[in-house]
Design a protein around this ligand. Structure first.
Ligand code: ADP
Length: 460
């Protein structure tokens, strides 16, 4: 079954609630009206019984016949008086009005005062029976009122309720449907507009209704999401383009080298040289592929780091061992300023080692011979702070904000010459952040740079 549109569901709920309200209201109004009629009738019966009693007190001393006459006169004057009767305690009628006689309203079965309803023929009656003691005798007085008119009025009221309610409900549901349809039209527009947006036109945005309500908020939120998606999509596209570009160069170089050496027979030394060149390119290329894979895994969240307590001092000392070797090859002095004792962080030892090596490798790479590279480690305010400082070429202020971007190289030619592809710092930043830390740079062109990594110390 096709799911119902919201406007239909809303209208159905609305009509349902309204119908229940109508039913409840109708029932309460009907019973309240009946109760109020009953109370009025009973009050008037009591008044009339009191009137008869008063008359009896006044007239009875002159004999029961006189009472009959007086009551008869009385009942002719007032229509409701036509429904009263008086008997003595033996059940002999002293007075019986015409209608009481016609309907033969019986004497009450028990003595005492009581109110009750009767149906005689098709006439509904409300009767008040009461005993009156006068001159040592007990008389039974009954006054009655016909409920015919009241029942007609009640009936009328019931039919008005029963007929009017469905009409009102129908009207209300039509208006309800129209209102919900109107209120939801912007949602349809948003849906229609959103349906047209794909990867081809991610820069399109939804129209924002200036209604200052949830719909404006929804459109703005969706536009915000589109903006983030567009930025992410652009980053991926750029990354893919850069990656293929970076891969194309070494592959082309290897291909040309191989083709050239195969063009004619050559001495063994030449083949060796060609193969060495190809091997060098292959090493760079596989390092590049490995970095690309790492970043792709990091992006998709599958690069799982193995967290454990790591002594950062020992970890940095190990990285420095490789740093010494690298620096020696370039006549650069390498210094370690790591205090004895351990600085423990929660982290992945392998990743942290790699992070330090990226920074040490860069420091050595971008520092001319006779320069100096220093690795230091301190712990302050709950953070381990590692610094890799060099007296190298430094980074221009214009390049600093981009230095952590993928494939960004301040000086492309120079970096490539050094075997760099511009991914090291992106990886370093990801690793620092994956450890809940941060990485920052201070650099002065021509004087050198400092890369500072802050990692939260282990609480254990
Ligand atoms: P690369 O593989 O090119 O070194 P990185 O991401 O590690 O890529 O570094 C990005 C760029 O930042 C480098 O190309 C270089 O221009 C600059 N850079 C990184 N470290 C240093 C440093 N210690 N001194 C000067 N420039 C640096």
């Amino acid at each position: 079954m096709r799911p119902l549109p919201i406007r239909v569901k809303l209208t159905a709920w609305y009509v349902g609630v309204l119908a229940a309200t109508f039913a409840l209201f109708g029932a309460v109004a009907f019973f309240a009206m009946r109760k109020s009629i009953e109370t009025t009738v009973d009050e008037s019966l009591r008044d009339r019984a009191a009137g008869v009693e008063e008359l009896m007190e006044r007239v009875l001393p002159d004999g029961p016949e006189r009472l009959g006459e007086e009551l008869g006169e009385h009942s002719e004057l007032r229509e409701e008086g036509n429904l009263s009767q008086v008997s003595d305690q033996e059940g002999h009628w002293i007075y019986r009005s015409r209608l009481m006689k016609r309907y033969d309203v019986p004497l009450p079965e028990t003595a005492g005062s009581k109110l009750y309803s009767l149906e005689l023929g098709s006439l509904p009656l409300r009767v008040l029976a009461t005993d009156v003691r006068l001159t040592g005798r007990t008389y039974r007085v009954q006054v009655a009122a016909s409920l015919d008119n009241f029942n007609d009025a009640l009936d009328h009221f019931k039919w008005v309720l029963l007929l009017l309610s469905p009409v009102l409900l129908l009207l209300a549901s039509a208006v309800g449907y129209w209102i919900s349809r109107r209120a939801l039209t912007p949602v349809d527009e948003i849906t229609r507009a959103a349906r047209t947006i794909s990867s081809k036109n991610l820069s399109s945005r939804l129209a924002v209704p200036q209604s200052r309500d949830e719909l404006q908020h929804l459109s703005e939120t969706l536009n915000g999401m589109l903006e983030r998606l567009e930025a992410a999509f652009q980053r991926i596209t750029q990354f893919t383009a850069d990656a293929s570009h970076e891969l194309r160069t070494p592959v082309a170089l290897m291909r040309t080298t191989a083709e050239l050496s195969l063009r004619k027979p050559r001495p063994e030394a030449e083949y060796r040289e060609a193969l060495t060149q190809i091997l060098r390119e292959l090493e760079t290329t596989s390092a590049l592929i490995e970095k690309l894979m790492l970043l792709a895994r990091a992006d998709s969240g599958v690069e799982a780091l193995q967290f454990a307590a790591v002594d950062l001092a020992e970890n940095l000392r190990q990285a420095c061992r490789q740093g010494h070797t690298l620096a020696q090859g370039k006549q650069i002095s390498f210094q370690e300023q790591i205090a004895n004792g351990s600085v423990v962080v929660e982290g992945d030892a392998h990743a942290l080692q790699r992070l330090f090596l990226i920074l040490i490798d860069n420091a050595v790479k971008y520092t001319p011979p006779e320069g100096r590279v220093t690795a230091s480690l301190t712990d302050t305010n709950g953070f381990a702070v590692a610094e890799i400082r060099d007296t190298g070429i430094g980074i221009a202020a214009a390049d600093l904000p981009h230095i952590f971007e993928r494939f960004y190289r301040a000086d492309k030619a120079r970096s490539r010459e050094m075997g760099g592809v511009g991914l090291g710092l992106s990886i370093a930043r990801w690793m620092a952040e994956a450890h809940g830390g941060a990485i920052e740079i201070d650099s002065t062109p021509g004087q050198g740079s400092v890369f500072r990594i802050r990692l939260p110390l282990s609480r254990a």
